[in-house]
Design a binder for this molecule. Structure first.
Ligand code: LM5
Length: 462
């Protein structure tokens, strides 16, 4: 392990405590660190933040085998099959000839996404296997090489645009196909090869941006290898290059490494990129007091761990719509976005289970989205019954109820100078609830009925 003088200073400062003058004074000059402190407040970032709910799409060659190779079903993530089933590149490359998604109807996808209530969608343009879903001039391992007559990404962008949904591109830095990709840099030859790979990736990204100027941002993945961590300047240059073309571009923190290989956050502890994207298949804790100070996004699968299409969803728990809604609500209550994944099959169809979940979420969103879009952390003491969310546009305080107490009484604790004047329940119409003042908090009396789904309460304050 390399220990830098700076790190030693940080350790000493940490031992001395957060109020130590050493820690306060100590900010190192980094060439490839964070670009600004605090949150980005421009209109593009505010739009991303207000969107709150997005759709992730994982689609690529892996959708054809769907987790099965030579009669054997691999329970791991379907988009990792080439690696988990140890498939040779020639066998994997041959999938290009089989890729011809006759059922691909991006307008249908976009209408479904709109009905579900998402305001943005992030699609894989290239996953770890290196296959490109757009027609790229820098590789032949792309959609143009298949029998499919068209440009998948182009059709996707246009269809989602028609529904008013913002489009983001997922791009994996990791590349199992490119001969210059390296896991680590051990020799000069590795360095030279990796520099070529970097140029390739940068060219592709600028190509995507030039072809699709409406893209709002990039979601980078596959950045955990030593080769990338040792080249913080590459990650910095990519961020800069994309923003030079369009300063509104939004980049996730996962792209970035700094001068010392520190990821997401630089060696000074400042977030790199525009939002924290480390939450893959988990959410921050309700007690996390630092998370509400930054922008972040959690991405989530519907089964336990499947992003690409997998034929057998009986192998792991498939989340209920209400579980997913709780994750969305929890994310918003902590100032985060929530990106829910879909994995279309090799023909371009979205599986029935996903359509059903999207419809259920959509029904809930139709009634309750005032508590989602423009929702922020309400800075109130968390209660066991659910989550508080403040709508910044209407300045309304909501509570989203997930756990109804046997007593039918829920506790609401407000700052000393704030009074609870009313509480309106939205469920089968609107209903005013009784408020019972208590010593240092209020109790709100819920009706005795059993709710079928999470319900939203509007708290009237004075
Ligand atoms: C994430 C972080 C460290 C090691 C491995 C992983 C696994 N995740 C992935 O490789 C990809 N990220 C997801 C968004 C999905 O694309 C998955 O294949």
């Amino acid at each position: 392990m390399r220990i830098h003088v700076f790190n030693v200073v940080m350790i000493v400062a940490f031992v001395l405590g957060a109020n130590s003058p050493i820690l306060l004074a100590q900010k190192q000059d980094l060439k490839y660190g964070s670009q600004y402190q605090g949150k980005r407040e421009d209109a593009a970032m505010q739009k991303f933040r207000s969107n709150r709910f997005g759709q992730f799409i994982h689609w690529g060659l892996y959708a054809i085998p769907g987790g099965e190779w030579k009669g054997k079903v691999y329970p791991g993530a379907a988009e990792w099959l080439q690696s988990s089933a140890k498939i040779s590149s020639s066998s994997w490359n041959a999938l290009v000839d089989k890729f011809n998604p006759s059922k691909y109807n991006p307008d249908e996808w976009a209408i479904m996404a709109k009905k579900m209530g998402v305001k943005y969608a992030t699609i894989t343009t290239k996953h770890h296997d290196g296959f490109c879903l757009w027609n790229s001039e820098y590789t032949d391992f792309d959609i143009e090489a298949t029998k499919y007559n068209g440009d998948l990404i182009k059709e996707f962008v246009e269809a989602y645009k028609r529904q008013g949904i913002d489009v983001y591109f997922y791009y994996s830095i990791l590349d199992w196909h490119h001969p210059d990709w390296r896991n680590d840099i051990k020799t000069d030859e590795d360095s030279i090869a990796f520099e070529r790979y970097f140029q390739f990736a940068k060219n592709q990204l600028l190509e995507l941006q030039a072809k699709f100027p409406e893209v709002k941002g990039f979601w980078f993945d596959g950045t955990w290898d030593e080769s990338w961590k040792k080249n913080g300047k590459y990650s910095y240059e990519i961020e800069m290059a994309l923003k030079a073309v369009n300063p509104d571009i939004i980049v996730n923190s996962r792209l970035r490494a700094d001068d010392y290989g520190s990821r997401h956050f630089d060696s000074n502890g400042d977030l790199m990129g525009d939002y924290q994207s480390g939450f893959e298949r988990f959410l921050p804790k309700n007690t996390d007091s630092t998370i509400v100070k930054m922008d972040w996004e959690s991405c989530m699968t519907i089964p336990v761990n499947q992003w690409g299409y997998h034929k057998d969803w009986s192998l792991s728990h498939v989340k209920f719509a209400d579980e997913i809604i709780e994750m969305l609500v929890k994310s918003v209550s902590l100032n985060g976005n929530f990106l829910l994944n879909f994995g279309p099959d090799g023909n371009g169809a979205i599986r029935e289970e996903e359509v059903a979940i999207a419809n259920e979420i959509g029904k809930w969103m139709t009634l309750n989205s005032d508590a989602i879009y423009n929702g922020v952390f309400a800075n109130l003491e968390k209660q066991d019954w659910g989550y508080y969310i403040k709508n910044t546009k209407t300045n309304t305080l909501y509570g989203v109820l997930f756990n109804k107490p046997i007593s039918n009484l829920i506790k609401v604790k407000l700052p000393k100078n704030v009074k609870l004047k009313g509480c309106v329940l939205s469920y089968d119409g609107q209903k005013s609830l009784q408020i019972i003042p208590h010593e240092k908090h209020y109790l709100v009396k819920l009706p005795k009925i059993m709710f079928k789904h999470p319900v939203v309460l509007e708290f009237k304050l004075e």
